[in-house]
Design a protein around this ligand. Structure first.
Ligand code: ATP
Length: 331
């Protein structure tokens, strides 16, 4: 996966009348990643997605897709993106084929190219069997997949989805997860907001947690989605006490095969890029540097745990700092 960010969000500030919803938000979304956008109600997830989709204009800050400033060139940005709102609608009387053809033509795709695009899209969203069925006769899950089809018929690089699994039964959610996994394998970058965190585990490679219009945490995940992938593996290194962690932190962070080091109590969690021999050398290095650890093991997590830990840490920090005067009010 390239480390060059595909979406670069810088100092984004967005105001609703009398209310600051995004408060100087920064994030870099990697190309090919599937990012779970999580956070409590009102955190700013929908607002952020709408800003990225150039449907809202921020007060200040910028969003770039590669070199493109989305708010300076919204039309060009829309060619690169698909967006599905949490309140999407489909035309009940159009068949799947008609709805997708309409979406393709309204994106400026020629009628000949639209025929191919429609067939390819129905395959991607697993609706080939329903090509001639009217949208009004589809199940909720199928309608959801049709709406996703409409959003990706122009083969965008990025797909933004606001609460896509809302109201779906477990089977429909599982079908949706398969669609997302397929799109991700084809190289599409996905940003998916949801409150159903267990499900995001299946396909997310990163977590972007928001709280009160700011980034609470943004990092790669070691979830079901990333567990089988080649590449870095998460490890947990545990020390006899919290006090032993400090000296080891600088040493570990300076190792070539190590990055994304995070401290958690008396443990450090980190990404290791090497093979078994490199890991053995790391252990020898720790011992040689006089850094006594008690356990090193592979670390796996689920999104729900990660998110709740982030929230706990944030609330603990907030409890330590006195409240700021009316920061969310706009001037
Ligand atoms: P949820 O999980 O409930 O969907 P969210 O994280 O998507 O929430 P947003 O919908 O982006 O949050 O809303 C962010 C904040 O902005 C909330 O406090 C919300 O009340 C406020 N807000 C949203 N829309 C408006 C509006 N039109 N006018 C004023 N405030 C708004």
């Amino acid at each position: 996966m390239s480390t060059v960010p595909l979406i670069d969000i810088r100092n984004l500030v967005y105001d609703y009348p009398g209310f600051r919803a995004l408060k100087g938000l920064n994030a870099r979304i990697e190309r090919g990643s599937v990012t779970a956008l999580v956070g409590p109600n009102g955190a700013g997830k929908t607002t952020l997605l709408r800003c990225i989709a150039a449907l809202e204009t921020p007060v200040s800050g910028a969003i770039h897709i590669g070199e493109l400033d989305v708010h300076e060139n919204p039309r060009n940005a829309h060619k690169l993106m698909g967006y599905l709102s949490d309140a999407f609608g489909v035309y009940q009387d159009l068949s799947v084929k008609q709805a997708l053809t309409y979406a393709a033509r309204s994106r400026g795709i020629s009628s000949e190219a639209a025929r191919t695009a429609v067939l390819e899209t129905t395959e991607k969203v697993q609706l080939t069997e329903k090509l001639e069925a009217k949208a009004g006769t589809l199940s909720r899950g199928q309608r959801q997949r049709l709406a996703i089809g409409q959003a990706i018929v122009h083969t965008p690089q990025i797909l933004l989805l606001d609460e896509p699994a809302n109201g779906l039964d477990p089977e429909a959610r599982s079908s949706l997860a398969k669609v997302f996994t397929g799109l991700s394998r084809e190289g599409m970058t996905l940003l998916v907001s949801s409150h159903i965190l267990a499900e995001l585990d299946e396909y997310s490679t990163h977590m972007l947690a928001l709280d009160q219009g700011k980034v609470l945490e943004h990092r790669p995940l070691n979830t079901i989605a990333t567990a089988g992938q080649s590449g870095p593996v998460w490890h947990r290194l545990t020390f006899p006490s919290r006090q032993s962690v400090g000296p080891a932190l600088a040493w570990l962070s300076s190792q070539d095969a190590v990055n994304d080091v995070a401290v958690e109590g008396a443990s450090m969690i980190f990404h290791h890029h090497g093979d078994a021999q490199d890991l053995a050398a790391l252990v020898a290095g720790l011992v040689g540097a006089g850094l006594p650890f008690i356990e090193l093991k592979r670390h796996s997590e689920n999104l729900q745990e990660s998110y709740l830990r982030s929230l706990d840490r944030q609330r603990a920090r907030q409890a330590e700092t006195p409240p700021q005067p009316a920061a969310e009010e706009t001037p």
